[in-house]
Design a protein around this ligand. Sequence first.
Ligand code: NAD
Length: 438
Amino acid sequence: MRITMIGSGYVGLVSGTCFADFGHEVVCVDKDPSKIEALKAGRMPIYEPGLEALVADNVRQGRLSFTTDLAPAVANADAVFIAVGTPSRRGDGFADLSYVFAAAREIAQALTGYTVIVTKSTVPVGTGDEVERIVREARPDAEFAVVSNPEFLREGAAIEDFKRPDRIVIGTDDDRAVEAMNKVYRPLYLNQAPILVTGRRTAELTKYAANAFLATKITFINEIADLCEQVGANVQEVARGIGLDNRIGSKFLHAGPGYGGSCFPKDTLALVKTAQDAGTPVRLVETVVSVNDQRKRAMARKVVTACGGSVRGKTVAILGLTFKPNTDDMRDAPSLSIITGLQDGGARIVAYDPEGMDQARLVLSDVSYAEDAYACAEGADALVIVTEWNAFRALDLDRLGAVMATPILVDLRNVYSREDVERHGLRYTGIGVVPGLG
Ligand code: NAD
C-alpha cells in the first residue's frame, strides 16, 4: 500500500514509521519545514524511545520518506491519513478543527484515483461528515471515502503500542474502504489485534469515551488519596486492593499530581462540550475536568505545607517536567501549574528533566535548569518529584540530603516509601500516605 501521512508529530511520525516497518511505502508530510529538514537529516523532532533507529532503518530500506510537498504525496497514495493537531480552541474548550479542515481542503485538490482519507487525529463526533463534505464540495469528481481510525498509542511506549495495539477501530460503512483498511493493518493479524469495524461516528466517539474513562479512573484514585490523607489510610494499598479485582483492573490507579499531557485535558474538555451541545451533558466528566484542574495547583500548596507554610525566598528543586516519563512533551504538564503556583508563593525554581528541558524552556520563565538530579538538589529547601522518570527511582538519598539546604522530599508520584526516605534523614511527603498510619 502507498500511504501518505499528513502531519509528522507524535502520532503521524510514529504511525507512518510503523506502517513503513510493516512493509508499506510511506510518505510523511509536514508543513513545518524545520521538522522535515531534521527528519531528512536523521534527527528526530520529538523524543520517543526507539523511534530514531526505526526511522533510520525504514529510510534506508527505501520505504519511508519526508516532504513538505503535500500534493504529489497525496496524488500517489492509496490511503491518506490525517494526523494533525486538534488542540483546545482558545476561549471555549471545543476541539480546534482548523488544521483538520485545512488538511482536508489541501488533500481534496490533490486526489487522483480512488483514495481512502483516514482521520487519525482525535476529532469530535461528526467531523468525518464535515471532512467528507469539504472534499466533495471541492472535488465533486473525486473517488474517495472518509474513514475514522482513532489512535490509542501512548507517548513513551508509542512504537510498542502501535505494533501491538489492544484493538484497532475502523469507522466507515464503505466496503471498499474497509478492504483498504484491512490491507493497511494486515501485518497486525499476525499479532491477532482485534479489529472493530463500526460506524464513523461511533469510532470518533469511542476515542473520547476511552480517554474520558481513563481520566476518570485517575481522578477517582486522586480523590481517594486525599481522603486517605484525612482518615489515615494508605492509597497505594487501597489501589492494590481494588485493582486486583478484574472488573476494575490495576492500571491508571496511581495517585499523583493530576493528569496532564497532549490528550486527556483537551479530549475530556472537548467531550464535555460535544455532550453539552447534544443536550446530554456528561456531568461525571465535567466534574473530572474541574477536579483535575484544581488538583494541579493544589500540589503547589502541598509543597508549601511541606516547607512549613511558606516558600517565600526559598529554593524549590523540581525533578521531572514532562507530563510523564519517556517523552519530551510538555503540553499541559502538571509541572507547569505546580511551578507557577510555587513562583506565585515567592519560590525560586531549579529544575531537571532527562528529556524535557528544551521544550520546558519554551513555556516556563524564571526557571534555572540543572545538569542532573543532584545538581538540581544542591542548596534546595525542598526537592519535589513531579515526573517518575526511571532516573529518579534509585537516587542516592544520603547524597541528596547532604547537598540540600533543608532535607525535604515531596514525592508526588509515590516513588519512594516514607520509611526509606526517613531512614536517610530526609523529611517525606507523599500522596495519600500519612506518617505512621496505614
Ligand atoms: P503534533 O502537534 O505533535 O503534530 C501535528 C503535526 O501536524 C505538526 O507537526 C504540524 O506541523 C502538522 N500539520 C498541521 N497541519 C498540517 C497540514 N495541513 N499539512 C501538513 N502538516 C500539518 O500532534 P500529535 O500529538 O501528533 O497529535 C495529532 C493528533 O493525534 C491529535 O488529534 C491528538 O489528539 C491525536 N492523538 C495524539 C496522541 C499523543 O499521544 N500525542 C495519542 C493519540 C491521539
